[in-house]
Design a protein around this ligand. Structure first.
Ligand SMILES: *[C@@H]1O[C@H](CO)[C@@H](O)[C@H](O)[C@H]1NC(C)=O
Ligand SMILES: *[C@@H]1O[C@H](CO)[C@@H](O)[C@H](O)[C@H]1NC(C)=O
Ligand SMILES: *[C@@H]1O[C@H](CO)[C@@H](O)[C@H](O)[C@H]1NC(C)=O
Ligand SMILES: *[C@@H]1O[C@H](CO)[C@@H](O)[C@H](O)[C@H]1NC(C)=O
Ligand SMILES: *[C@@H]1O[C@H](CO)[C@@H](O)[C@H](O)[C@H]1NC(C)=O
Ligand SMILES: *[C@@H]1O[C@H](CO)[C@@H](O)[C@H](O)[C@H]1NC(C)=O
Length: 488
């Protein structure tokens, strides 16, 4: 404006001024078109311009509550102008100032990292491997020089993508300069896909669970950083409040039967069968229906995890695949009754039947629960010890150990890459500010609660490879679970 004003305006109708105006208008139109183009093509962490995963359908998110302009400016601002200058590119590791702890060994189940990566220990992982498994991925995570780039292929249900990426960003913050360059395909939905089968070439994909018959590599799920839709806070907070809640009554004072509360309407034959056991006298079990829609309307008063440790036994039943509820159930200090699961998450493989839980036969759920409850009530000292031991197991799985698991898994995986990761052209940088930019108020509150700081101490020490030890453990576990006499 100022520039134009200062120039003497000799002839307002002169052709050059008209020409300039025309060009300006044209350029503006082109610019707006380009911006619109960019805004409708940029794929984002909250699902703009993304379709739900075709292999696990869910209703597409609709953003009809926003105007087109508001959406375009949010997409451009958050995706392209949030990280640039402020995110630092940490080249050198921060020194650890805390006391190094010689007995700082990782929990034993960290050994599974070696097991999960073994399929590539000889072939290593090539770029072709990743391109082959891309068809199963909802996004790709590339870390270069401590910066995080994400290429989105499909949307994830609820806030899974946001809280998973947040976990990666916190890991980078926790161990600045120590996360190697890496290129990972990730699926945020439920079921493992790459079967362990001699005729199948192993390809590496990360997800929240696996089975003994799959190559899928388990990774901590989003709920360790929070799950706003169910009002579940970060793991650190939830564990503490569950533990405190569990101590309001001694084990012997708790109700002497088994309890389950969940959503039986997910596709899960086990949960359906479990409904038949709802009789405290006949089967020793109380089965309650969780209606999340109703809970949300009531402000989650009935679903507080810390008030759900009032029974001597707590039942775990898988849903559509693994269930994030396992960690909360195991934290109660109650005896977990685990209906023999098909799916494992990264830590559940460290649990041992009869030591940390009582196994329940999926073919015979109600009588099996009854047997376990009767055994426990007749052997209270042994039963209480099981509850205590599994609560300790969960206590040792604090958020520091979660980051350490991610750290070691990524470091070991990166060692196997036989190519140098580069930023895919369509990948966008994500940083704490870009996530806050996209997050609504509720998401922001949840994210902030799990923000971390650089660690003063090194990660725990990864146990060495011990495939025979793992094989032996699997064998022993199966022997107990398959035994017709569950309890002696
Ligand atoms: C619009 O809806 C989306 C998804 O349902 C939600 O995440 C977002 O916060 C809403 N925006 C406004 C301005 O209400
Ligand atoms: C070292 O770690 C062990 C186990 O985590 C803990 O019991 C001990 O207090 C720690 N020692 C120091 C000096 O931090
Ligand atoms: C391995 O995969 C092939 C081809 O998909 C299938 O025919 C076969 O039954 C599978 N074998 C096992 C042991 O699952
Ligand atoms: C199980 O039984 C209890 C008490 O009899 C009842 O309140 C509850 O609604 C029942 N659960 C289901 C899923 O029907
Ligand atoms: C859950 O609660 C909502 C809201 O009260 C209700 O509309 C819905 O029918 C309930 N679902 C089930 C399965 O009971
Ligand atoms: C945020 O959470 C509150 C209470 O849980 C809920 O009423 C509100 O609709 C949520 N807002 C958004 C934008 O999701």
């Amino acid at each position: 404006m100022g520039l134009f004003e200062r120039k003497p305006n000799r002839n307002p109708n002169s052709v050059p001024l008209f020409g300039v105006l025309l060009v300006v208008l044209l350029l503006t139109a082109i610019f707006l078109l380009e911006v619109d183009n960019l805004a409708t093509q940029t794929k984002t962490i909250i699902g703009y311009n993304l379709k739900p995963t075709p292999w696990h359908e869910f209703p597409a998110k609709n953003f009809n509550n926003e105007t087109k302009i508001a959406r375009a400016s949010k997409i451009i601002q958050c995706s392209y102008f949030s990280c640039g200058i402020r995110s630092s590119n940490v080249k050198y590791p921060y020194p650890f100032t805390g006391e190094s702890n010689k007995s700082n060994r990782c929990p034993g189940f960290f050994r599974w990292i070696h097991h999960d990566l073994k399929p590539w220990s000889e072939t290593r992982i090539s770029y072709e491997h990743l391109m082959e498994v891309k068809k199963f991925a909802s996004f790709r995570v590339v870390i270069i020089g401590g910066k995080l780039y994400v290429d989105y292929y499909y949307d994830c249900v609820q806030n899974r993508a946001m809280f998973t990426i947040w976990g990666f960003l916190q890991l980078l913050k926790r161990y600045p300069g120590r996360i190697p360059d890496v290129d990972m395909m990730f699926d945020c939905m439920d079921k493992p896909v790459v079967e362990r089968n001699e005729s199948v070439k192993p390809v590496p994909i990360f997800r929240y669970c696996t089975t003994p018959n799959h190559y899928d590599i388990p990774f901590p799920d989003w709920s360790f950083w929070g799950w706003p839709e169910t009002n579940i806070g970060p793991w650190e907070e939830e564990f503490q409040s569950i533990k405190e809640g569990s101590q309001r009554q001694s084990w012997r004072k708790k109700y002497p039967y088994a309890y389950w509360k969940g959503n039986p309407d997910v596709v899960s034959p086990i949960r359906e069968a479990l409904l038949q056991c709802n009789d405290t006298v006949q089967w020793g079990a109380l089965i309650m229906r969780q209606n999340w829609t109703q809970e949300a309307l009531d402000g989650f008063k009935q679903s507080k995890l810390s008030t759900q440790c009032n029974h001597r036994y707590k039942i775990y039943a898988e849903g559509y695949a693994w269930s994030v509820s396992l960690k909360y159930i195991l934290s109660c200090g109650c005896v977990p009754l685990i209906i023999n699961p098909k799916y494992d998450d990264f830590f559940s493989r460290g649990l041992f039947p009869k030591k940390n839980y009582l196994p329940i036969s999926p073919e015979n759920i109600c009588p099996s629960i009854k047997t376990a409850v009767e055994w426990g009530n007749a052997h209270p000292a042994q039963a209480e010890a099981i509850g205590k031991s599994v609560q300790r197991f969960m206590e040792s799985l604090n958020i520091d150990r979660i980051y350490d698991y991610m750290y070691h898994l990524i470091v070991e995986y990166a060692k196997l890459l036989d190519f140098k990761p580069v930023r895919p052209t369509s990948a966008l940088e994500e940083c704490v500010d870009s996530l806050y930019c996209f997050a609504d108020q509720n998401q922001t509150r949840f994210l902030a609660r799990s923000a971390t700081l650089p660690s003063q101490t090194p990660p725990c020490r990864l146990p060495g490879q011990a495939n025979r030890q793992i094989d032996r453990m699997i064998e022993e576990k199966n022997k107990i679970i398959d035994s017709p006499q569950l309890l002696m």
